[in-house]
Design a protein around this ligand. Structure first.
Ligand code: UDP
Ligand code: MN
Length: 340
């Protein structure tokens, strides 16, 4: 019987003891009094089968680095296979557990897939509204609890709190993941039990929905289903509209007007050809999503991609006077004596 590790039952107490200890400087030096978040992502240890896969992984990581730098969030990117049985999309489970135990100072771990791009560089998580929850995942109540839909939530971008409840959830979640018989059997079970789920090896998303349904009393209350903004956004309904969004709206909204996250579900950029969509379509749209986000980064330096279709950039034409004013303002803000 495969487990994620030795069972732990007193994590809340142990964590509190670390946070309250005199030599804990990590817990107290949080910027702006915010609870600490660690962004977690990763990709396979080996080069991608698809020759352009590693290029997209690099662009995606740059996109995450940009968002995290702008919002003062630390990032952990994993390329090691920590548990040989928990490969592929299951690798986030042993990783999150290891990080939880090694980083008691972190309150929230934020998993994000390597095929999920930030497309709103300004939007921030409404962390205060998650006070009473231990997990936050993009989803809808009726799709899960009434329709039993396997796409009722998406595990490509979610928050999990550093606490005993979460360790328990990971322990309950993991048995559906080990390669071989357990993964095959769980795949069959989910195909039977969940609406719209084809027969293939078990995935972490189906398993989480299965847990919410079959052990509702245990997991449902503390799992927040977010859909007021795109914590995860399905790329197919978003990518054609980027130009319209740029005409009508602005970053910071996070919803369909300017999606926070655009996730290339079913694209499998790293794998050969096992995806649900044509590889060229995925590649073209990933490029566009990246450039859409990159424009929000480059703006501060006076550059822009003239079209979302091109990786090249142009200097933004700014009036000389505007530059001078901005420069002066920056110097004032930075505390320089502007008369010199
Ligand atoms: N992943 C990982 N290590 C691996 C394989 C996958 O960290 O060896 C991560 C990667 O971030 C990926 C996520 O797991 O985006 C989900 O896996 P996969 O790409 O197979 O599924 P999809 O993103 O298409 O749902
Ligand atoms: Mn994904």
């Amino acid at each position: 019987h495969h487990t994620l590790g030795e069972r732990i039952t007193d994590w809340d107490e142990r964590r509190a003891a670390v946070l309250n200890s005199a030599d804990n400087t990590e817990g107290s030096n949080q910027p702006h009094g915010k609870r600490r978040i660690l962004m977690v992502s990763g990709s396979q240890p080996k080069p991608c089968d698809n020759p352009k896969g590693d290029y997209f992984i690099l662009k995606n990581l740059k996109n995450k680095v940009d968002y995290c730098r702008l919002h003062n969030i630390d990032i952990f990117y994993n390329t090691a296979q920590l548990d040989m049985k928990m490969s592929g999309f299951w690798s986030k489970l042993p990783l999150l557990r290891a990080l939880m135990l090694s980083h008691p100072e972190v309150e929230w771990f934020w998993w994000m897939d390597s095929d999920a791009f930030f497309t709103d560089m300004k939007f921030q998580l409404p962390l205060d509204s998650y006070e009473n929850y231990n997990m936050v995942v993009h989803g809808w109540y009726d799709m899960i609890y009434e329709k039993k839909s396997w796409v009722g939530l998406n595990t490509g971008s979610f928050l999990i709190r550093n606490c005993q409840w979460s360790l328990d959830l990971l322990d309950a979640w993991a048995p559906y993941g080990p390669v071989g018989k357990p993964r095959e059997a769980a795949g069959q079970l989910f195909a039977k039990y969940l609406d719209g789920r084809r027969k293939f090896e078990s995935d972490d998303q189906s398993a989480l929905i299965y847990l919410l349904l079959s052990q509702k009393d245990k997991w449902s209350e503390k799992t927040y289903l977010e859909h007021s903004y795109f914590l995860h956004g399905y790329w197919v309904i978003l990518v054609e509209n980027f130009e319209k969004m740029m005409e009508k709206y602005h970053p910071g909204l996070g919803d369909e007007r300017w999606p926070f996250v655009t996730h290339f579900v079913g694209c499998k950029p790293c794998h050969g050809s096992s995806g649900d969509y044509a590889a060229d379509r995925c590649a073209k749209q990933m490029e566009r999503a990246f450039n859409f986000a990159d424009n929000q980064v480059l703006e501060a330096y006076g550059y822009v991609h003239p079209s979302l279709e091109t990786e090249s950039v142009e200097k933004v034409q700014v009036e000389r006077e505007a530059i001078d004013t901005r420069h002066t303002n920056l110097r004032v803000e930075a505390g320089f004596d502007v008369r010199i």
